[in-house]
Design a binder for this molecule. Structure first.
Ligand SMILES: [Zn+2]
Length: 272
């Protein structure tokens, strides 16, 4: 009896320590690894990625990525502060880089480390298109979707225990972990996000881009262009972010809500 009681108290305790609140949805989510452990790892891997890829600086495209990135990160900070999460981004070290690579891809590592590939620029087309991709990718990072990216089976493989992950020395497990968090040199082969995480990132992303002064309807147009790229060589981003009509319809539906949210912050003009 006492054992049973102890076990149930322990179970509650484990649930508490292993959960965190998603500041955008208010939902409790699993936090397997604290940011204090993930972020230094992500920062190191990001630097390694930049050192082994061709980073473009000083061009109008590179400046556009930085410019949009700064606006999106300011939007995230304003939104979180206004909603009672002022300290949420304190360990973030935002960085926005353009790399010379024909892959149609872009990502945001935990901690605000963003990369755009030149291959995605013909699809984003302009600043607002970049903001749509950036808002979405940053949303995944802010909502800690990486932490929940692995399936229960995979978690068992990497030795996840309540509130923490004990990574074994098995490189296979390390890879799985890196793929889930979008860190590691093989960032191009991230595990796909679940449909619910995609939906969540779309919705949060719309708010971020609107708050940054970009018309959220551009996101619907962007995913439309993305899905037309299918065929012979589907964009890499589509392997982790499958695009479909439901998604585009949802985004269109959420545009007024994103604009209304931005209006609360005094943003009423939206660049297309
Ligand atoms: Zn996504």
């Amino acid at each position: 009896m006492i054992l049973k009681k102890t076990l149930s108290i322990l179970a509650v305790f484990i649930l508490v320590v292993a959960c965190t609140t998603n500041p955008f949805t208010g939902k409790q989510t699993l936090a397997l690894v604290p940011n204090s452990q993930i972020l230094p790892m992500a920062f190191q891997q990001y630097d390694e990625f930049l050192n082994t890829n061709k980073v473009i600086t000083g061009t109008s495209d590179a400046n556009m990525i930085t410019n949009v990135g700064q606006k999106i990160s300011i939007a995230a900070e304003r939104y979180l502060t206004a909603n009672g999460y002022a300290g949420y981004l304190k360990d973030y070290k935002w960085e926005y880089k353009l790399v010379d690579d024909p892959a149609v891809n872009a990502w945001c590592m935990p901690g605000g480390k963003i990369v755009f590939y030149t291959g995605i620029l013909p699809i984003t087309q302009n600043e607002a298109g970049v903001a749509a991709v950036m808002g979405h990718e940053v949303a995944h990072a802010l909502a800690n979707h990486g932490q929940q990216r692995m399936s229960a089976d995979q978690l068992q493989q990497v030795g996840a225990v309540a509130g923490n992950i004990a990574l074994s020395n098995d490189p296979k497990n390390q890879n799985l972990f890196n793929q889930a968090y979008g860190i590691g040199s093989a960032v191009g082969v991230m595990l796909p996000f679940s449909r619910s995480h995609e939906t969540e990132a779309d919705r949060i992303g719309l708010t971020l881009m609107a708050l940054a002064g970009y018309d959220p309807i551009v996101a619907a147009q962007l995913w439309e262009r993305m899905s037309q790229q299918g065929g012979g060589a589907p964009p890499e981003i589509l392997s982790t972010h499958p695009s479909n009509q439901t998604r585009i319809n949802n985004i269109t539906l959420w545009v007024p809500e994103a604009k209304a949210e931005a209006a609360k912050f005094g943003v009423t003009k939206f660049k297309k």
